[in-house]
Ligand binder design. Structure first.
Ligand code: NAI
Length: 340
């Protein structure tokens, strides 16, 4: 299956003429996207940054934006709303403060599929719902735009209340600099599936592989210092992935020694992935796509603001750091900092 790719030529910025554009949030993505949009010619007086009174609001003011703290009042004027506050707070803030005040024809833009895919946000059927999801951290969204370069981005129209949702999605994507290098047509389902799958299936296995490999090599007599450097502190894994992006996932192997190339290619081909495939399918269908994880996460969301052991994330960190790898790294880092 190949996806459609949209470029600047597919987007018409005139669609945004006279529209009032509200940024709810001026954090990683909000700050980058609002500045890019303004630099693409959207007049400053047509942009409202809605932000609670915090350091992000001060940052927006210092950059010359019109900042308001009354989300409801801002929503009344907005034709387009970029929802750029953290995913876990979007449902509460959007549903109570923004949605009741929004125009029937407003376009709501998300940068992540999660809340739309799991139907946690209340939209009117007459409104447009759009995803413009950069695959980059906010600082890169800004710095690449400033350099005149694009960045990878997924876009979709999820609800076409006005009949112009895709046109608006393309114009907004162009204005933030996302169609310069090509924006990939996607959907909240695809974006959410890939994101949560990576977080709940792929990377947990990578963490487990490193943890177990560490223990096996330690048992064989390797030192903590040698292991930490060999496995990640040298930044070799980061370099491998950098090369994979540049040269190709398989072709990057050519930068390694012949012994290494033979060992890696032969070793991977000899591994039977069928059990892992079943495990992956189980996570994808029975944990991610069926909403099981979303339900569980919603139930603990408020606990994530708590201190100490009342915060489940703190408990997970403690358990993970209790592993042989975690303990060894602590010792090695303390030693390197001259503390031991
Ligand atoms: P962030 O964590 O930088 O958000 C900070 C902003 O949210 C600030 O303006 C802050 O005032 C506001 N905020 C925080 N808590 C709030 C609350 N309880 N009530 C009202 N405002 C609150 O957010 P980030 O990382 O920019 O994420 C925004 C969206 O972009 C999310 O949907 C995320 O998934 C998506 N995204 C983020 C990327 C990144 O680089 N971090 C990459 C691609 C997408």
């Amino acid at each position: 299956m190949s996806a459609k790719i949209y470029y600047d030529i597919d987007a018409n910025l005139d669609v945004l003429k006279d529209k009032t554009i509200m940024f709810l949030g001026f954090g990683n993505q909000g700050a980058a996207q609002a500045q890019n949009l303004r630099d693409s010619g959207i007049p400053n007086e047509k942009i409202i940054v809605a932000n609670r009174a915090d350091s992000y609001a001060e940052d927006a003011k210092s950059k010359g934006f019109n900042v308001v703290s009354d989300f409801g009042a801002a929503a009344k004027d907005a034709d387009v709303v970029f929802l750029l506050i953290p995913d876990q707070v979007q449902p509460r803030v959007f549903n109570t403060e923004v949605a009741p005040n929004l125009k029937d024809t407003a376009a709501i833009v998300v940068a992540s599929g999660y809340n739309v895919f799991f139907k946690l946000l209340n939209f009117k059927p007459t409104q447009d719902v759009i995803m413009v999801a950069p695959r980059m951290i906010g600082s890169s969204v800004r710095s690449l735009y400033v350099k005149g370069k694009g960045f990878p981005c997924f876009i979709s129209s999820e609800q076409d209340g006005t009949g112009k949702a895709l046109e608006i999605a393309l114009a907004l994507s162009r204005a933030i600099g996302a169609t310069k290098a090509g924006a990939i047509a996607s959907s909240v389902r695809e974006e959410t599936a890939m994101d949560l799958f990576a977080e709940q299936a792929l990377w947990p296995n990578v963490i487990m592989l490193f943890r177990e490999a560490f223990s096996v090599l330690k048992e064989a007599g390797c030192s903590d210092e040698a292991l930490c450097y060999e496995m990640w502190m040298s930044k070799e894994p980061a370099e491998i992935f950098e090369r994979a992006a540049e040269d190709g996932f398989i072709q990057q192997l050519k930068h390694h020694s012949t012994v290494s190339q033979y060992g890696q290619l032969n070793g991977a081909l000899n591994l039977d992935g069928s059990a892992m495939r079943e495990h992956f399918k189980n996570i994808l269908y029975n944990q991610v796509l069926n909403g099981k994880f979303c339900k569980e996460f919603s139930a603990i969301e408020e606990d994530l603001e708590k201190e100490g052991d009342a915060n489940p994330l703190n408990v997970l960190y403690q358990k993970s750091e209790a592993s042989e790898l975690g303990q060894a790294e602590k010792r090695v880092r303390a030693r390197l900092a001259g503390l031991l």
